[in-house]
Design a protein around this ligand. Sequence first.
Ligand SMILES: *[C@@H]1O[C@H](CO)[C@@H](O)[C@H](O)[C@H]1NC(C)=O
Length: 227
Amino acid sequence: MKKTTLSLVVGLWAVLLVATAAAQDVDLTVTDKDLETEESMWNLYMDLADVESRFEAFKANARHVNEFNKKEGMTYRLGLNQFSDMTFEEFAGKFTGGRTGSIAGDLRDGAVTYCKPPAVGYVPPSWNWTKYGVVTPVKNQLTCGSCWAFSVAAAVESINMIRTGNLLTLSEQQILDCSGAGDCNGGYPYDAFDYVIKTGISLDNRGNPPYYPPYENQKQKCRFDPN
Ligand SMILES: *[C@@H]1O[C@H](CO)[C@@H](O)[C@H](O)[C@H]1NC(C)=O
């Protein structure tokens, strides 16, 4: 986040505290004057937004980031992003919709048998697939709880690259629309894999017809055409 935006937010927040203390009843009417300038629109928005608790969450996250980055020997660093004014619970509620098991039931109830992985020789202590060029760039599920669809598309993209040498971008939107494995409130990767195995999966359009239309941040009716 840019410094200027931040100090503006903090400044407005201080102003708003005074304002809301005076008028606890939020006025829900909109006038021409409210819509005149960016600033009047901002004030209108701030009257409704839950700024105080957002700011509390933001402060806690900023402190966490700063403290974490002072630790020695960490293999990664933290930073602020568009999620930094959400609490962990809010973030988890909105963006972690993956369900274990399958629609048919819990996999541990004998629905499948797990195979013991075969013994292999030397296993390296770490392995970074990104370095081997088999991982597509980071995508954004936006505000739809479709992580289950993104995880399946990403896994298939990488295994396809490892097996065939083609790094293709596959359609999360198709999985979301057509698999029956879930919606924007979460879903079952297991059933989504089943769908991809049985039906196949389109390339992501990314502005490139005739492939599946690009990600839309909501579930639509299935537009997959097997031909
Ligand atoms: C993995 O490799 C990528 C590309 O080289 C790099 O950007 C990333 O930081 C690496 N991740 C870890 C955990 O080392």
